[in-house]
Write a new protein. Sequence first.
Length: 54
Amino acid sequence: MSDKYVDPSGDTEAFRAFANDPQAPAGGPSKLPMIVGAVVALLVVLLVAWFLLG
């Protein structure tokens, strides 16, 4: 007797429809918040170093 196994990821056709969605953003998420966060973190480190050494 074979068990009825349902693939939790769905079928291949549904995945292809999701992966090839023409309305999906092509570039992915914006990297601007990460860049701004890195610049702010660098400024904080420099400010702390200036206070400690100055």
